[in-house]
Ligand binder design. Structure first.
Ligand SMILES: Cc1cc2nc3c(=O)[nH]c(=O)nc-3n(C[C@H](O)[C@H](O)[C@H](O)COP(=O)(O)OP(=O)(O)OC[C@H]3O[C@@H](n4cnc5c(N)ncnc54)[C@H](O)[C@@H]3O)c2cc1C
Length: 422
């Protein structure tokens, strides 16, 4: 990506994790930054549901091998690991086929790239939390649990390539999990388990709200209840942003609007390979402190994480190829409850939890979409899928460095695009 020296004012569309962290790093790099957000505050969409994993070891490109077969068989299942309402649309089916191919072609290299990005994002996040003395609700250590042999084998097959990251990881006998997490007394059958002592989790919404305040203190302007309706590239590389009746013109735009990036770029002839997938979240107050986990748990089959957040337990994840709604589909609620009750049945009254759903944007290869588009000064920071926190913060810094012509602090191979949508 080449540095455009005339770029001074940058507008960011979207006030979620991706937008706010990009705004912070661009302001730090000396740009005049404004964030345009259609909601009344930051972190009100996908970021609100974030399970809070900062997990370079557990992170994986969110590819779904066997998705088509399992999705159709899940139609009859009351607590399915993947939700499909009434079959895939032709577009989703094409996306699912590409996702299956990505598992065969590029899973190992993408996993390595994502691990590097997430380790970087985790380090940046912890640094920001310490530097600004941010309030945190972090917990350290993650149990990665496998119900199915194929999932365990896929992860095991790339263990050697992951040695380069020097991140501690330990295979454990599922019967020994209780030694690491005394609250884990589950009889649920598991074929394998891994423990990652340096993976962590925290409260992503709290982080984003505090980062917004810091960004504001260094000059970022936040404009809420502003919906961007169109982008118009102008001569000289500037971009006009339509906000209903009004418009403003800036030197550059970063799109961090989740799945809405697609609609904003389509009229410019840029097609993004994204699929809108629903993901789900349940939050319940802890009932029995002794039976509530301190270690984060990630169930590979259901893609569900269970973590303690202060005095509450959050159960979140799961993927739904269903129409977007804020009220989760009853089967999604059933699946979240199943995972919670499988592992920590007495930690909280999960039946009375607050349930919530949001849309995440996913590429078929499960990798983030970050960097320049074919339209000069329009950039993207999006598609962080289910590993948004560490990946979005790492991507925000990589993007800010690329825009300002600085050397990236990590190897950015496979992490930045130069012509998204081409
Ligand atoms: C249930 C759930 C669990 C998850 N678990 C994890 C996890 O454990 N770990 C993890 O790292 N990630 C997780 N994720 C994913 C993570 O939350 C996302 O990848 C990340 O938060 C995405 O941030 P974002 O800023 O890209 O998107 P969003 O938070 O969705 O932000 C996009 C923003 O753009 C705004 N917007 C959209 N269109 C417009 C427009 N036209 N004009 C103005 N504003 C607009 C929206 O209002 C929104 O605020 C989870 C997601 C969900 C839903």
């Amino acid at each position: 990506m080449t540095h455009n020296k005339t770029l001074k004012q940058i507008a960011i569309v979207g006030g979620g994790l991706s937008g706010v962290s990009t705004a912070y790093f661009l302001a730090r790099a000396g740009y005049e930054v404004s964030v345009l957000e259609r909601r009344a505050n930051v972190a009100e969409e996908a970021t609100f549901g974030n399970s809070g994993l900062l997990a370079p070891c557990a992170v994986q490109p969110l590819v779904l091998p066997g998705i088509i077969k399992s999705a159709f068989s899940n139609l009859l299942h009351n607590e399915p690991p993947i939700l499909v309402k009434s079959g895939f649309s032709p577009r989703s089916l094409r996306w699912a086929r590409k996702s299956q191919r990505a598992v065969e072609d590029s899973f190992a290299s993408n996993k390595q790239n994502l691990t590097r990005l997430s380790a970087y994002g985790q380090m940046l996040t912890h640094h920001l939390q310490e530097h600004y003395a941010l309030e945190q609700e972090n917990s350290v250590g993650l149990l990665h649990l496998f119900r199915q042999q194929a999932d365990a084998a896929r992860c095991a097959s790339i263990q050697d390539e992951l040695q380069q990251f020097e991140l501690p990881r330990k295979q454990i006998d599922p019967k020994e999990i209780v030694r690491i997490e005394p609250a884990f007394q589950s009889p649920t059958p598991l074929v394998d388990a891994m423990y990652y002592p340096r993976d962590s989790a925290g409260n992503c919404v709290l982080f984003v709200k505090q980062l917004r305040a810091i960004a504001q203190s260094i000059g970022v302007q936040f404009h809420f209840s502003e919906t961007v309706t169109a982008l118009r590239p102008e001569l000289g590389g500037r971009v006009a942003i339509e906000l209903g009746e009004q418009s403003l013109t800036v030197d550059g735009v970063v799109l961090a609007a989740g799945i809405q990036n697609q609609a904003l770029l389509k009229p410019l002839g840029v097609t993004l390979p994204l699929c809108a997938v629903q993901s789900y979240n349940a939050m319940a107050p802890i009932k029995n402190l002794d039976e509530a986990p301190n270690t984060v748990l990630f169930d590979e089959t259901y893609k569900v994480a269970i973590a303690r957040v202060g005095n509450r337990i959050r159960v979140s994840g799961l993927l739904g190829f269903v129409p977007a709604t804020e009220q989760p589909h009853p089967k999604a609620i059933a699946s979240l409850l199943k995972v919670a009750n499988d592992f920590y049945p007495n930690a909280a009254n999960f039946n009375t939890a607050n349930f919530w759903a949001s849309t995440v944007a996913l590429q078929p290869n499960g990798m983030p979409l970050v960097g320049a588009t074919t339209h000069g000064n329009i950039y993207l920071n999006t598609a962080h899928g289910a590993h948004g926190w560490a990946a979005a913060v790492g991507s925000a810094k990589l993007l800010a460095d690329a825009i300002s012509g600085r050397e990236p602090e990590i190897d950015s191979t496979g992490l930045l695009t130069t012509q998204a949508g081409a």
